[in-house]
Design a protein around this ligand. Structure first.
Ligand code: ASP
Ligand code: MG
Length: 441
């Protein structure tokens, strides 16, 4: 079985939804289809939530009115029959009356906000399912809230998903298409919650892993993962094949096409992930799997908003336990460290979350000397086939970077990654120089 996920732009117009119906039914195989909210809806729902938090009910209701008008227009074009239109209207009326009811809950808390933002996926999937019914496609709607759950650390419980789906799916064996919501889940209190922005990709991968799917396909509006950031660099191109490790690094370090955690469940269960383009379905896209091609440099991604800390040991040389003591502090404040460079007596680390930087710095200062953190840094992550006997990798990177100051380097942590830290003001220059130096022949 395949799991296919369609993002907001892929379902954002009635004619797109219609072409997805063609795509998923073309080959007669059984699929789980995971949908995002229509493009723009999640942002609007969050804005409605902001207005309600600020007690601006007028603003919230105005936004709800215009969102509803958008959906009313959408179903007018999506369905072809009076029955279809009536079914669509019923869905919209129900969900919007629930949205309206949330505006009357005072105070409007995080719990209501999560319920509100879940409406995007609840709407898109019900509308799409009703369209499949209208078109006579054997399909069912499986509620993600019944099989997706996060734990107290906001981590998805894949075991739970596995058990639930093993129970639920066989009840729909006669249905070719199983539609479900991306992004949304329940938390340990049983409340509606979500997998953070862009989380529908993650849903697809969790489902794919849980059912050991043959393949997970993520359909977006771009032709696969590009070798560099197309917004900053000209002449980028889609990368045809990536290993799980390469794709995970790229997604984590800034490639916008995938939610950063997407690769984890797929890799865990060895399920290949294919990135496809809804606007150009015959384009090959990118295949992410276990194997690797022998191409040396594959792709570059960049992540902004990084802070570097320079930590100097005030004790003697040869001190063991120094790194452990440092990392225990980051662990205590639940702050992940991304890059690391060490010398005998000092360490530089980077973090992207500086919420607890004050506490971390205070505790480190009890046994280290610290400099003022370097804010506004960018991690540039280069992935490829850098196995230890592949000579010349570093020299090509440094040659390309010869006129750009580098704050940190990390190489050898895996065979697939070389990361550089630069001040964000050099990001565009660095991405362009690397594109030129590593990819133009
Ligand atoms: N609708 C959610 C968002 O906009 C989840 C997703 O699209 O993946 O973040
Ligand atoms: Mg997305």
């Amino acid at each position: 079985m395949h799991v296919w996920k369609f993002g907001g732009t892929s379902v954002g117009k009635p004619e797109r939804m219609q072409s997805i119906r063609t795509l998923i039914t073309e080959d007669n195989t059984r699929k789980i289809v995971v949908l995002s909210a229509l493009s723009g809806s999640t942002n609007t729902l969050l804005a409605i939530g902001e207005a309600l938090k600020a007690n601006d009910d007028g603003e919230a209701n105005a936004k709800i009115d215009s969102l509803k008008a958008h959906y009313d227009g959408f179903i007018g074009e999506l369905y072809n029959t009076p029955e279809g239109k009536a079914a669509g209207q019923q869905i919209i009326d129900n969900e919007f009356s629930f949205i309206r009811s949330l505006t009357r809950v005072k105070p409007f808390t995080l719990k209501q906000e999560k319920e509100l933002v879940a409406e995007g996926e609840l709407l898109s999937t019900q509308m799409f399912h009703a369209y499949l019914v209208e078109e006579g496609v054997p399909s069912t709607l499986l509620p993600a809230l019944e099989f997706m759950r996060i734990d107290a650390d906001n981590e998805p419980e894949i075991q739970y998903t596995q058990e639930k789906l093993a129970e639920m799916l066989p009840q729909h064996d006669d249905k070719q298409i199983v539609v479900t919501q991306g992004f949304i889940c329940r938390n340990p209190r049983g409340e509606v919650d979500n997998l953070k922005r862009g989380g529908s990709d993650y849903t697809a991968s969790l489902i794919g892993g849980a059912i050991r799917a043959d393949e997970i396909q993520i359909w977006t509006d771009i032709d696969g993962m590009h070798n560099n950031d197309p917004r900053i660099v000209k002449n980028t191109f889609p990368v045809r094949e990536l290993t799980f490790d390469e794709a995970a690094e790229l997604a984590y370090f800034g490639a916008k096409i995938l939610h950063p955690s997407t690769i984890t469940p797929a890799r865990m269960f060895g399920v290949p992930v294919r990135l496809k383009n809804t606007m150009d379905p015959s384009a090959p896209g990118t295949l992410i799997a276990d194997r690797t091609s022998d191409q040396v440099f594959k792709a570059i991604a960049a992540k902004d908003g990084i802070t570097a800390l320079y930590i100097h040991s005030t004790r003697m040389l040869n001190a063991y336990g120094f790194l452990r003591r440092i990392f225990e502090i980051f662990e205590k404040y639940k702050t992940p460290v991304d890059m690391l460079a060490t010398s005998e007596v000092s360490v530089s680390v980077t973090v992207d979350n500086i919420d607890r930087i004050k506490e971390i710095s205070d505790e480190l200062s009890t046994f280290c000397s610290l400099e003022e953190p370097d804010y506004d840094q960018t991690i540039i992550c280069i992935v490829g086939n850098f196995s230890a006997d592949n000579e010349g990798v570093a020299v090509r990177v440094f040659n390309a970077m010869k006129n750009i100051p580098i704050r940190m380097i990390s190489y050898g942590g895996t065979e697939s990654n070389l990361s550089l830290l630069v001040h964000s003001r050099y990001k565009a220059e660095a991405l362009n120089a690397l594109n030129e130096g590593l990819f133009s022949v």
